[in-house]
Write a protein that binds this ligand. Structure first.
Ligand SMILES: [Zn+2]
Length: 507
């Protein structure tokens, strides 16, 4: 069976123009040949993943952070593409098959990590698991490179786990932690002497359920094992707070950092954390210092591969709280900028993408702030002088026929917010009220005084406890050697091929 394509002639012509090998029909087949790559090789690759960072999230963050005409760091990357995120069994995927696709070049099923599409979640039909493709991290390690994994989510969560684990159930995080532990019978021996740097949240899967951890949280391991100790016995430096993190140096490698029982704090909430924890930018900078230093010192001098996940953009969206999604995306962009300044872009490929999108929208016809308008307006709405978040965290202000500015209304004349969700916890029910005086409780049960409040839940059309992912394409941004391979509309497996080709692995 061939997969239908509109205007085959156009597809063929474009592929020839772009100089890439033509792959007819399905684009998610395992074993798709590597790209024909003739440019300068990358010594290092840094792969940033914004979990759930759809295009609307990037646009909204841009407006919030630097204004609608401003540029984020990723906006300044010279190479972009659209990445199709569908899974082997789903139109709209979760993070397990998408990160497997991006890390291994193999598209798989919902909930499955690092195993091919013949693997069912939890092997429900008992026919055994499929093939375990090599991940780029494993291939990098096997070729003598240093490898690191960073996430603001639990380090055993689907996205980071897809770099180093192979399992048919993403939720078995106790087992996933063991696959990273050198010496354990289930250790993933493709990791050689182990992942050089593994930092993020998720301490609970390293601590017995009978033990209280450094910040007063309980462990989740029913096998009684304390992996904090076992990793140290295997040669790892273990840190759990900012003080320990700050003291890390090249001699500390390999490093295990677990800064929170569960996921790390949102960037906005980080200052209030009991044990204190580094920011995503702090972790990225430190990781590059350590891995680059160690790879230069190594006799093999093979460079490094680093995966950095901003894991909680996704969680804020699931909560229906756009504020934290935007502030975590802003922090990710900051981390990307820090990395771009630190490395030599002649020998380091930086590639940025997302695993999937969310049902998150920028609605109405909101005017830009008054100071940015190219014409005079007569405004009697004081909110319009400085609409919250450069106009993105506010209600929609629109122009009347008389040249005045007023809050735009729904069909009953009631104002509505620029940002909203198709579904999720922000469903109000009953007649709509003005968002600026809406008493609907937001995050933590707090009743926000308007849509710019950090606790605000944007309205949703469908009542759901957790807002959902969305199925449209996400963006890829790239700079450095191999970045020119990032163009066109591609399957997310292409990201693996680009990184592999840029490093010259498997040749
Ligand atoms: Zn999600």
């Amino acid at each position: 069976m061939t997969t239908p394509s509109r205007s085959v002639a156009l597809v063929v012509a474009a592929a020839l123009l772009a100089g890439s090998p033509l792959s007819a029909g399905r684009d998610d087949r395992p074993g798709r040949p590597a790209l024909d790559y003739k440019g300068r090789r990358a010594k290092n690759v840094i792969f940033f993943v914004g979990d759930g960072m759809g295009v609307s999230t990037i646009t909204a963050t841009r407006v919030y952070s630097v204004g609608v005409a401003g540029n984020l760091v990723v906006d300044q990357f010279p190479h972009t593409a659209l990445s199709r995120t569908y899974g082997a069994d789903a139109i709209t995927p979760d993070s397990a098959p998408t990160m497997t696709a991006m890390m291994s070049g193999v598209n798989t099923n919902a909930g499955v990590l690092g195993l091919d599409e013949t693997t069912e979640p939890l092997d429900f039909n008992h026919d055994g698991d499929g093939r375990a493709p090599w991940t780029l991290l494993e291939e990098a390690k096997a070729s003598g490179m240093k490898v690191g994994v960073i996430s603001t989510a639990r380090i055993t969560h689907a996205t980071p786990a897809a770099t180093y684990a192979h399992i048919n159930n993403r939720d078995n995080e106790n087992a996933i932690a063991l696959q990273a532990l050198p010496g354990d019978p289930t250790f993933n021996d493709r990791l050689g002497d182990g992942i050089d740097l593994l930092i993020g949240g998720g301490r609970q899967f390293f601590v017995p359920s009978t033990v209280t951890d450094e910040e007063g949280g309980t462990g989740s391991r029913s096998d009684g094992r304390d992996l904090r100790r076992e990793f140290q016995s295997a040669g790892y430096s273990y840190v759990w707070n900012t003080a320990g993190f700050n003291a890390l140096n090249r001699a500390s490698l390999p490093v295990l950092g677990l800064f929170e029982r569960g996921h790390m704090e949102y960037e906005y909430d980080r200052p209030t954390d009991s044990g204190s924890e580094p920011s995503l930018t702090d972790m990225t900078v430190k990781a590059i210092e350590l891995l680059d230093g160690a790879s230069r010192k190594s006799r093999k001098s093979g460079g490094y591969f680093l995966m950095v996940e901003s894991g909680r953009i996704d969680h804020a969206h699931h909560e229906g709280n756009a504020f934290r999604a935007l502030t975590d995306t802003e922090e990710l962009d900051e981390a990307i900028g820090a990395a771009a300044h630190m490395v030599d872009l002649r020998d380091t490929l930086i590639i940025v993408s997302a695993d999937h999108s969310h049902v998150f929208n920028i609605a109405g016809y909101p005017l830009r702030p008054k100071s940015e308008l190219p014409y005079q307006v007569t405004s009697n709405d004081p909110g319009f002088e400085a609409p919250a978040g450069n106009g993105i965290l506010d209600v929609v202000y629109d122009l009347t026929s008389g040249g005045a500015v007023a809050a735009a209304g729904d069909r009953n004349g009631v104002p509505y917010t620029v940002l909203g969700y198709l579904n999720g916890p922000g469903y109000r029910g009953g007649p709509r009220t003005d968002p600026r005086t809406d008493a609907f409780p937001g995050r933590g049960g707090v009743v926000p005084n308007g849509p710019s409040h950090p606790a605000y839940f944007q309205e949703s059309a469908v009542p759901m406890g957790s807002e959902t992912h969305a199925g449209e394409e996400v963006a890829i941004y790239a700079v450095g050697p191999g970045a020119a391979l990032v163009h066109g509309t591609v399957k997310n497996t292409h990201i693996y091929q680009v990184m592999k080709a840029a490093l010259g692995l498997g040749e």
